[in-house]
Design a protein around this ligand. Structure first.
Ligand SMILES: NC(=O)c1ccc[n+]([C@@H]2O[C@H](COP(=O)([O-])OP(=O)(O)OC[C@H]3O[C@@H](n4cnc5c(N)ncnc54)[C@H](OP(=O)(O)O)[C@@H]3O)[C@@H](O)[C@H]2O)c1
Length: 288
């Protein structure tokens, strides 16, 4: 059984970003820049943002975190985003989730100009993805496609099952697999007899957000299994949606948690920032 570690895949992506960042700085006289907007003080978000900043730093990208109070109004938040949209030195904008309840995440995502939408959550980027057109792609599913590429796992012609239909993981994952000519079965909490679908799938991507939902009884002999879930169990250990030791007995390849999909998400965010900067520079646009 092949363990699909994300680190070597992420390293290749990050090396490419580092090279491009150097060239970009040389050609433009300034660095590509990612701005993360945080509303409130969610402790997990603070950790994720610190990690993003450290990675950007290592690659030669500029980064800034704008911390806004939880008391901010939607109009004030939109004003901040408009300023970032108009700033030609800002190339990537990410609104850290979860957002406070006062506003709809999809609406907030639509306030970012699509060209700087490095989370790829803007309706235009979502639409382009589903039409199979070039666009910034959501980091986690795009990172999973890179894992397939790196480990030479064929996708075309395979039966692929995606469990989960969130806007940020499940839906774009299904779209990316379909674009690569997989036959996609898309499951969710209302899918009856989930096992009957997973058991004949060559590829299984599990993004249900349910600890240890999938054991070996769900998995076809020789299938490739990607575990997107992240949870802290009662002992403080990080676990996924898949029972690793059990599924490892039947799968031909399986991504671990941690160290599987996780490292890809941040790598793809850096890639999206660099791609956005290059695209903006090439189009000669400082936007909007
Ligand atoms: N590694 C990373 O970088 C990374 C990035 C993002 C997310 N994650 C993790 O990935 C997991 C999923 O994240 P998400 O944001 O997509 O979660 P989410 O928004 O909670 O979506 C979960 C999806 O799974 C479906 N589902 C829940 N229970 C199910 C069941 N028993 N059978 C079949 N489908 C079921 C839900 O169906 P309904 O739509 O019917 O409710 C929903 O579509 C979480 O653990 C999250 O922490 C990891």
């Amino acid at each position: 059984m092949l363990t699909l570690f994300g680190k070597p895949v992420a390293k290749n992506i990050l090396d490419q970003v580092r090279d491009k960042a150097k060239q970009f700085e040389k050609a433009s006289g300034h660095r590509a820049k990612l701005v993360v907007v945080l509303v409130g003080e969610d402790p997990a978000s603070l950790i994720y943002i610190r990690k993003k900043g450290e990675t950007a730093e290592l690659l030669g990208l500029d980064h800034e975190t704008i911390k806004l109070p939880i008391s901010i109004t939607p109009d004030e938040l939109r004003e901040y985003i408009d300023q970032l949209n108009a700033n030609p030195r800002v190339h990537g904008i990410l609104i850290q989730r979860p957002l406070p309840k006062f506003t709809d995440e999809t609406e907030v995502a639509s306030w970012i100009v699509p060209e700087k939408d490095v989370d790829a959550f803007h309706p235009l980027n979502v639409g382009r993805l589903f039409l199979g057109l070039p666009c910034l792609k959501p980091c986690t599913p795009a990172g999973i496609m890179e894992i397939f590429k790196h480990y030479k796992i064929p996708v075309s012609g395979k039966k692929a099952c995606v469990i989960g239909r969130s806007a940020i993981v499940g839906k774009p994952m299904a779209a990316l697999l379909l674009k690569e000519n997989a036959t996609v079965f898309h499951c969710h909490s209302k899918t009856p007899d989930l096992k009957s679908i997973t058991q004949f799938s060559d590829i299984l991507v599990v993004a249900a957000g349910k600890p240890h939902l999938i054991d070996a009884s769900y998995v076809k002999q020789g299938a490739v299994v990607i575990d997107v879930g992240i949870h802290h169990n009662t002992n403080g250990k990080i676990i996924g949606d898949v029972v690793f030791e059990d599924v490892a007995k039947v799968a031909s390849a399986l991504s671990p948690v941690p160290s599987g999909v996780g490292p890809m998400t941040i790598a793809m965010l850096m890639k999206n920032t660099m791609d956005a900067a290059l695209e903006l520079a090439n189009s000669g646009s400082s936007l909007p």
